[in-house]
Design a binder for this molecule. Sequence first.
Ligand code: ADP
Ligand code: XUL
Length: 521
Amino acid sequence: MPSLFLGLDSSTQSLSALIIDLDSHQIVHNAAVNFDDALPHYKIQNGALRTDDPQVVHSPPLMWVEALDLLLQKMKNDGAPLSDVKAISGSGQQHGSVYLNESAPAALANLVPDRPLADQLRGIFSRETAPIWMDSSTSAECEEIEAALGGKAATAEATGSAAFERFTGPQIRKFAKSEPEAFAQTAHIALISSFMASILSGRIAPIDSGDGAGMNLMNIHTKTWHPAALDAVFPTLGKKLPKCSNPWKIIGPILPTLGKRFGFAPDTLCTAWSGDNPNSVVGLGLIEPGMTAISLGTSDTFFGTLRDCQTDPNAEGHVFGSPTGDYMSLICFKNGSLAREKVKDQYGLDWDEFSAALDSTPPGNHGKMMLPYFEPEIVPRVLEPGVHRFGGLDENDAPANCRAVVEAQMMSMRIHSQWMGEPPTQIYATGGASANSQILQIMADVFQCSVYRQETPNSAALGAALRAAHAWHLHNDDEIPWADLVCGFTDPQKNSRIDPNLAAGPVYDKLCAKYQAKECS
Ligand code: ADP
Ligand code: XUL
């Protein structure tokens, strides 16, 4: 019998799945449901409900139930080998919260196989919508929580992050304050990840320490709920939360009803789900401390595995639990591809010409620099957008401006990741702009380490499938080292290694100091 494991990824815009075969180290099935295309009756746009207030961004949790039903049905119809799957795990967009009334446990446990899941679970919500990570409407609650916990740095030290608007604790507090009656009807609060795990297992699922760290409610050191943080949100909050678990927790066999409906074997195990970022850490193969990924997407994110639990004294970055039992860091920079595109477009270039401009200018750009805040920036916190040229950078000099924007981004990542203690030993570059070798060369030069292009599509779903395999083997007293698990699945693209130009090291040491001084001024 093949050794198959299913990973699901409930992201903002879609629910996707992949099945891995651990014997051949191959992905044997891929499937996805796009919410806007398949479920337009939820009136969502890019997976979310919009109101007149741009800061409020919610999604309907019933849509995720229907998407799960649809996706598994589709996989069954397409002949996916569901009956051979040994264990299932999953990944959820982080921070979003689902509010359930007291009927939820019985409704989850008593599903019948021959009726749509959404029809059977329609009545379990005490709030019809779930705030998601894009919601930024809780600044007041963030301030209140930080004040109760002794300030920004103290909140970060206790929970892994300062209070951020999208984090679950501030979102729960806003709900409790603004809709006290609906909050009183809430018997259980789930994360999106634990909600999806609850459906599959037919019982209220635990919240794993990876996703739990994105709530401002968990003690990041002990990976258990933090009583003062719970109190800061709502005095009896602990009663509404499930247990915190480790990421390899076996919840139990799949609900027999769902086994029948979709054709899983009765002994298929459900394991705890986690957040998309923790899942991506293993889905990209970042299993050793110091291994770092930089995703050059719409925004740029810097993340990797940490040896110890150390938090950011400047409270800009996040620390989450990693699926390996270590910790992971995550820093999000808003002016990523967006800023590179702005510069490219300003000079009427295409990407090849932008790359040629990078090639035609030297590391350090003769000291010409830019603070590239085309949009308000998350790290460092800059509320008023503005592009500042300094060190002799002339706005009319197109090549120097191209280099300046990329050098600024890489230096900013180097500066704002210093709190992690250990500089990266190797960097896996992912995301749209990782196709650009010249950008990756600047990354290698600024960080003075090798950069590899990593092209794992859907690293969150792959990470989930690998976590299912890890949990199933542990459960069967057969622990597989993470290096053996990820091998073959997460190898960087062949011949993609870019080594640093060693002579650029001292150049960037000096330039980073100047850049940092300007950032602070
Ligand atoms: P998302 O965060 O939306 O998933 P992607 O990872 O798909 O984004 O990245 C998309 C971005 O990649 C585009 O906005 C574009 O700016 C950038 N990109 C694509 N090709 C190149 C290139 N050759 N050089 C630099 N940037 C590129
Ligand atoms: C991380 C974050 C996002 C979501 C996206 O803090 O908010 O990466 O997890 O799904």
